[in-house]
Design a protein around this ligand. Structure first.
Ligand code: EPZ
Length: 423
């Protein structure tokens, strides 16, 4: 189990490129199940979660390869005429996002057996909305032995109107994909508007699906008989970009993040500017400079276009060094403050009361051994280590590798004294 060792207090300067988005690549890979044939998905990050999705598709009878026609960032997915409509517990328990195969399997095969994802460090994360949406399209759903057993009674789902109780990213993606091959029109209300949902909708359109309204709270899908294989490049990872922007906003740093989409990062950029960081557009990206001690800022997470919950932990690091107190309110997940105890180990002054964390800024952090609890918490601990004096050791970085493509190798060229130590 690797750890990452960071020697802090070194200013970061330079340019860094963003990889493709994990949270776009996963549902787009699942969408391939909708059509028999050879699919190409480009700009796919080399991450543990992407490999997990690859293994899951392989379990269903697909052939998954990396590197197509000389494009090392492309994944090839060959989908057979008959797919094994099953996602076993051993795959789903390592990555709850595996649940996004449920909609495409049901649409394509008329049946699916998908393990329930189970608990998660950041919250209960039920999938009731996914199941309610699929049931609205006519699916018969039973929960048995830890599995969702779903089937379309007449072998095909039928279009319907469904309104999500709460905005859910993968829920919207799952039901949208199921509706692609349904009979008639589906109208989904209170949909998630995340850029990854829009990217999936655009990929479905490229397959010949009829989807409209993605990016708004209402998505309309007119079912078609079949769709064709895909050749699609996924969007850049706005959360990786955001993490690198926070690194650049730390005192004394100057970082240009290349290949990101500024429109995907507006809520974060607004908060970075509020802390006093200079954030400027550059061709193909954003440049950020941390001029002096950050100012405090209150942050409230919310579904897109609100402040992303996946940036809450990283932003807390910047606020931990601010010249005053900030209130952070986590509204999306009920247990997403696991990083606070570890940041306290580095000298941060943070207290949590339910959804609200009060971050009283301190002049400096000091390095220490810390433990990652989840993907974004691990990124925050790396950022804190960069800002802290002395050495920070971040353990359990397998969490980090699920969603960041060798982050230490992206930070080192900026001047970071950071290395991975195999244990
Ligand atoms: C997606 O998860 C992302 N994962 C998460 O990123 C991200 O944190 C989250 O959206 C919110 O932006 C992927 O896209 C693979 P939700 P998802 O359903 O779809 C509740 C990362 O770090 N809810 O939008 O699982 C749920 O419990 C990961 O990359 C229900 O109650 O999140 C949560 O409180 C972490 N019932 C809220 O809605 C449901 O059926 C939003 O969850 C579904 C969700």
């Amino acid at each position: 189990m690797d750890k990452i060792v960071v020697e802090g207090g070194v200013p970061l300067k330079g340019r860094v490129a963003v990889s493709g988005a994990k949270n776009a690549a996963l549902p787009v890979m699942a969408a391939a199940l909708l059509a028999e044939g050879d699919h190409v998905i480009r700009n796919v990050p080399d991450l543990a979660d992407v490999r997990t999705m690859g293994r899951l598709l392989t379990h269903m009878g697909c052939e998954v390869g990396r590197g197509v026609a000389g494009d090392p960032r492309a994944a090839a997915v060959r989908v057979p005429g008959s797919v094994r409509p099953e996602a076993p517990y051993d795959h789903v328990r390592t990555m709850r996002a595996s649940v996004v195969v449920l909609g495409p399997l049901l649409a394509r095969c008329g049946q699916a057996r998908v393990s329930l994802p189970g608990g998660c460090a950041i919250g209960a994360r039920p999938i009731d909305q996914h199941l309610k949406g699929l049931a609205a399209l006519g699916a018969e759903i039973r929960l048995e032995h830890g599995y969702v057993e779903a089937r379309a009674p007449r072998g095909r789902l039928r279009g319907a109107t469904f309104v999500f109780d709460g905005q859910t990213v993968t829920g919207t993606e799952n039901v949208m994909m199921a509706a692609v091959l349904a009979e008639g029109r589906t109208v989904l209300g209170n949909c998630a508007r995340e850029p990854e949902v829009v990217d999936l909708a655009n990929a479905l359109l490229a397959m010949g699906a009829r989807v409209a309204g993605a990016g708004t709270t209402e998505i309309r899908i007119d079912g078609v008989e079949r769709v064709r294989p895909l050749d699609w490049a996924v969007i850049p990872d706005r959360i990786e970009a955001g993490t690198l922007l926070v690194a650049g906003a730390l005192p004394g740093n100057d970082v240009a993040v290349e290949g990101c989409v500024p429109a995907h990062l507006e809520a974060l950029v607004e908060k970075l500017r509020e802390t006093g960081a200079a954030v400027d557009p550059i061709p193909g990206g954003l440049r950020v400079r941390g001029d002096g001690r950050p100012r405090p800022a209150d942050v409230r997470t919310a579904p897109f276009p609100g402040f992303p919950t996946d940036m809450q932990a990283q932003m807390m690091v910047l606020l931990a060094l601010a010249s005053g107190s900030s209130r952070v309110t986590e509204t999306v997940f009920e247990n997403r403050y696991m990083h606070v105890l570890e940041l306290q180990r580095l000298g941060a002054d943070i207290s949590v009361d339910g959804k609200v964390a009060l971050v009283r800024g301190v002049p400096a952090l000091s390095g220490a051994p810390v433990m990652a609890s989840d993907l974004r918490a691990s990124a925050a601990l790396i950022l804190a280590g960069l800002a802290a004096t002395g050495v920070t050791e971040v353990r359990r970085v397998y969490h980090l590798d699920r969603g960041y493509e060798r982050l230490e190798q992206k930070l080192a060229p900026l001047g970071a004294r950071i290395r991975r130590v195999a244990q």
